[in-house]
Ligand binder design. Structure first.
Ligand code: BGC
Length: 501
């Protein structure tokens, strides 16, 4: 019962993930709409066999439409490093949703390609900012034993956004024609952004950020509200004391600069977070999501099935399979889940490749290839999909948390852009052997996690230094002893003050 408010806060902020998912789910279908192609010069106004002919600039324009968004995402993720500390996590989520709304409105109303590109960059900035700050915010508000599950709601909402976008697109494609078709598909993204604005009202400030800013009374009240317990209860007092202890320790080390990310005890966390996000992209999830329709068509399925039925089925599987991941992350832990996921996805890619190859001789084997596409999606959704976001949001100490998670999130978007660029080239040059490349990454990432990635399940954010190493500064024992004393004194003085509601 006491956890309901905490869950609500996580789900509300995770709406930021829904916007992310909707945006990536909607654009693929919009790019193939005839009305959109005619408006922005991707298609000529004459058809061969009932299909409009593509202009020579078609690939370039659609490439730029994808690329401008990803550039915005990288910039937005970088912005997190400044905004999340200065204005706080809660207002940063708000800024992200405002940017998303402005970008969405520009894309919906665009009559010139330049307006569309600028709209894509601005929406991307909103998505990039929220993709770093939402998991970070959830990690700072969640109770330790459910932190992994709650951060995973962010991934759940991404997959929900992709699913809803695919369904809306399918409905629009089968009922509407003309301009309204693509404008409605793009315009719909403003609805969840408006819902997020409304939900921000129920989001409390992160207690850890408040302590860092010296707003201790507010921090205590926020923590008590999140834990649905009185501010002077034993549990809230102990957790608050530990947050404060950590903040005091971090203040002693001095002011925060980017160079801090290179210090012993921090650089290992940055390296692990950045590599995990790079690997998350090399799982090939976006290749499966973006190219699923074409892949199914190549397998010999009809366009209607390939473009709509199978794509929606894949999006639905991606959503549903996130639930076991949310449960497992707190049962078997982050490390084992990533190891299992790496091997499963690696194996699935290899089998997709094998059956695609064999299906040239025996067409019936296309079905087997399709089954392994779904096996891959299930494996991603229940392992690396949620876990990487969980991991990057929990490993950094408060003073560099915003900068650290910004770096990891930038790695996610940069690799997303690189893979989007090189996949079509790989698919044309080495065809279905592309899946061997992604499959090999699955195996490599499992081994990497096995050797280099420590388990963080069940540890509080304040305990992470014990796992990754302490930042050089004052002797840890002296600081601990003194700050614990300070915390207890502070708690006692707060206890005597009237409780704010
Ligand atoms: C990844 C995205 C991907 C999405 C699909 C996220 O965790 O970072 O690149 O499109 O999952 O579910």
């Amino acid at each position: 019962m006491g956890r309901i408010y905490n869950y609500l806060v996580a789900v509300a902020s995770a709406m930021g993930g829904f916007l992310f998912g909707y945006e990536i789910g909607v654009i693929d279908q919009v790019l193939i709409m005839d009305s959109f192609g005619l408006e922005f010069g991707l298609k000529y106004n004459h058809s061969v066999n009932g299909t409009l002919v593509k202009t020579p600039n078609s690939a370039d324009i659609s490439g730029w439409i994808t690329f401008t968004f990803l550039v915005g995402c990288v910039v937005g993720a970088a912005l997190t490093s400044i905004l999340a500390d200065r204005i706080g996590r809660r207002y940063s989520i708000f800024v992200g949703s405002v940017l998303f709304m402005i970008g969405g409105a520009m894309q919906t109303g665009a009559s010139h390609i330049a307006v569309l590109y600028v709209g894509r960059i601005i929406s991307g900035m909103g998505v990039g900012l929220m993709s770093a700050v939402v998991p970070l915010y959830i990690s700072e508000t969640a109770k330790t034993d459910v932190r992994g599950t709650l951060i995973s709601t962010y991934q759940l909402m991404i997959t929900f956004g992709i699913l809803i976008a695919s369904c809306i697109n399918a409905a629009i494609l089968s009922t509407l024609t003309g301009d309204v078709e693509w404008r409605l598909a793009l315009g719909m993204q403003m609805v969840p952004a408006a819902i997020l604005w409304g939900l921000i009202i129920i989001l409390p400030f992160s207690p850890r950020w408040l302590v860092d800013r010296g707003r201790e009374e507010e921090a205590l009240q926020s923590l008590a509200k999140l834990r649905s317990a009185p501010a002077d209860s034993e549990a809230v007092r102990t957790e608050f004391a530990s947050i404060k202890e950590s903040a005091l320790h971090e203040k002693k080390i001095g002011s925060v600069t980017w160079l801090e990310l290179c210090k012993a005890g921090i650089r290992n966390r940055v390296a692990i977070g950045v590599v995990l996000q790079c690997f998350q992209q090399w799982t090939g999830i976006n290749v499966i999501l973006y190219y699923a329709a074409e892949l199914f068509k190549d397998m010999g399925f009809s366009s209607a099935h390939a473009g709509v039925t199978f794509v929606i089925a894949n999006a639905a599987i991606n959503f549903v399979a996130t639930f076991p991941g949310m449960w497992l992350v707190e049962r078997i832990g982050r490390k084992l889940l990533m190891i299992i996921g790496g091997f499963l996805m690696g194996g699935a890619h290899m089998l997709i490749c094998l059956f695609l190859g064999l299906s040239h001789e025996t067409p019936g084997l296309s079905w087997a290839a399709m089954v392994f596409v779904y096996v891959f999606t299930i494996s991603f959704a229940s392992t690396w999909g949620p876990v990487v976001w969980v991991y990057q949001s929990e490993i950094f100490p408060m003073r560099v948390r915003a900068k650290g998670t910004a770096c990891c999130t930038m790695s996610n978007w940069i690799w997303n852009a690189i893979i989007a660029k090189i996949t079509p080239i790989m698919l044309t040059s080495i065809t279905f052997y592309t899946y061997i490349v992604f499959g090999s990454f699955g195996i490599i990432m499992a081994i990497f996690v096995w050797i280099f990635v420590p388990e963080t399940k069940g540890k509080s954010l304040e305990d992470m230094d014990d796992i990754f190493g302490h930042v050089p500064g004052e002797p840890v024992d002296d600081i601990r002893q003194k700050s614990i004393r300070d915390s207890v004194i502070a708690m006692d003085s707060l206890k005597n003050k009237p409780v704010l509601h």
